[in-house]
Design a protein around this ligand. Structure first.
Ligand SMILES: Nc1ncnc2c1ncn2[C@@H]1O[C@H](COP(=O)(O)OP(=O)(O)OP(=O)(O)O)[C@@H](O)[C@H]1O
Length: 309
């Protein structure tokens, strides 16, 4: 379990993390989201004991990181895949790390196998692609067989096979009862991997909820997409307070405020045939954008925004 209590971190005049508190539960994959500069990396570095907070505390498996005798057995950390000795082979890099904790070569070979790096174990890490460095970083995080993990953008640079592999690995680690905390900007991937989400913006906590709750908060309602033989008559019949019916560019109808069954019932009563009836819920991306709209530090102007003279 990872616990963060009233954590604040300032860099000079910049407050990177502003009095945030949350708990990352074991047995789940928890996603950590926020716009650029929101304070995710700073929070993760503080949890890992790499930076001292200005105020507040964090603990991993019940203790502060600097109180653990063997940190690698408590927390697997991937913060920067480039933080490797480029002249060392992958195997030598892992062996050097393992030696600091009395971990044997057998475990080094196990994690090389687990991360698909066995064939390149004797290549210098400096020649690795970003994806291979990510795998090496994950291998290092796994070395101590820890109960908790923090991973900053672990799928950055991975090919589709690698992305699926990380997803499967993280789900398995959570399934074994471990605590898994990861950041990513890839919403579609987060939606498939995480059970729970912590969202921050400008250093403050915005949301600490299950992924279902976050999805439910993104738009007011689900939408029903309809394709029918007589869309105009159907639209007229569906019109009522609280219900919006709009025409789509391809001649269908998008209905909010009504369940799919009610739409098909109205169509049947009028003898209108339906070619398509689909309920679409908000994507995680929509939900996330709506949650963080006011917390985006580096915002691009909407494409259709007119410039003021
Ligand atoms: N060592 C540092 N010195 C000064 N300012 C820093 C330092 N590290 C982070 N910051 C600032 O703290 C804020 C939070 O940065 P942080 O890297 O934690 O955000 P993030 O959410 O991880 O962003 P991104 O998604 O872009 O990686 C930013 O304004 C950043 O410029």
């Amino acid at each position: 379990m990872i616990e963060v209590s009233n954590l604040t971190k300032r860099f000079g005049a910049t407050t990177a993390v502003d009095d945030i508190s949350f708990t990352v539960q074991p047995g789940k994959v928890t996603g950590f989201l926020g716009p650029n500069g929101a304070g995710k990396t700073t929070t993760m570095r503080a949890i890992a004991g790499l930076d001292l907070p200005t105020a507040g505390t964090s603990s991993v498996n019940g203790n502060r990181m600097n109180q653990h005798a063997f940190p690698m057995h408590e927390l697997g950390v991937l913060l920067d895949a480039n933080h490797i000795h480029h002249g060392r082979t992958a195997q030598a890099h892992l062996e050097a790390l393992a030696a600091t904790h009395g971990i044997g070569t057998k475990r080094v070979h196990e994690v090389l196998d687990l991360t698909g790096l066995a064939d390149v174990a004797r290549r210098r890490a400096g020649t690795f692609s970003l994806g291979m460095r990510q795998r090496l970083g994950i291998a290092a995080a796994l070395l101590g067989d820890p109960a908790s993990f923090i991973l900053d953008e672990p799928i950055n640079g991975l090919d589709p096979d690698g992305v699926v592999w990380v997803r499967t690995l993280l789900r398995r680690l959570a399934g074994e009862g471990r605590t898994v905390f990861l950041s990513s900007h890839l919403m579609s991937e987060m939606a498939q991997t995480a059970d729970h989400l912590i969202v921050i913006g400008r250093g403050r906590l915005i949301t600490d909820s299950s992924i279902q709750d976050v999805l439910g908060s993104g738009t007011d309602q689900s939408r029903v997409l309809v394709r029918a033989t007589d869309p105009d008559r159907l639209a007229e019949a569906l019109a009522a307070p609280g219900i919006t019916v709009t025409r789509t560019a391809t001649g269908g109808l998008e209905v909010t405020g009504l369940e799919a069954a009610a739409v098909s019932g109205a169509a049947a009563a009028l003898g209108i045939l339906l070619h398509e009836l689909t309920t679409s819920t908000a994507s995680l991306e929509e939900a996330y954008l709506s949650l963080t709209r006011s917390a985006v530090e580096y915002q691009t102007a909407p494409e259709n925004q007119e410039s003021t003279p």
